[in-house]
Design a protein around this ligand. Structure first.
Ligand code: ZN
Length: 102
């Protein structure tokens, strides 16, 4: 007796929010901070993303935080928190992706 392979789960919409292609994807949120001494600007990237787009966005946001996030008193601490949270989020995303689609 042969057991049928378990179908790979995919969301109803089936499209990656970033590239728009139909691929396996999961939700990911990444936080970006830009410090400009007396002000700061924050941006959140959130949505269903395929693995390639998530990886590319993770490196882009982390690089931005490392280069432009630190400039300001509050920004210094916000950027440190963002770098940690983004890393934890991305590791969680990668582990869940492997577990779900491997
Ligand atoms: Zn994508």
């Amino acid at each position: 007796m042969e057991i049928a392979a378990r179908p790979k789960p995919i969301s109803i919409s089936g499209h990656c929010k970033v590239c728009g292609q139909v691929k396996n994807h999961l939700n990911l949120s990444l936080h970006q901070n830009t410090g400009v001494i007396i002000q700061r600007y924050s941006k959140t990237y959130s949505g269903e993303m395929c693995r390639d787009c998530a990886k590319e966005l993770f490196y882009k946001v982390q690089l931005h935080n490392l280069l432009f996030g630190w400039w300001g008193t509050i920004s210094f601490f916000v950027t440190a928190a963002n770098l940690c949270m983004n890393t934890v989020s991305y590791i969680g995303y990668s582990l869940k992706f492997k577990k779900t689609f491997a």
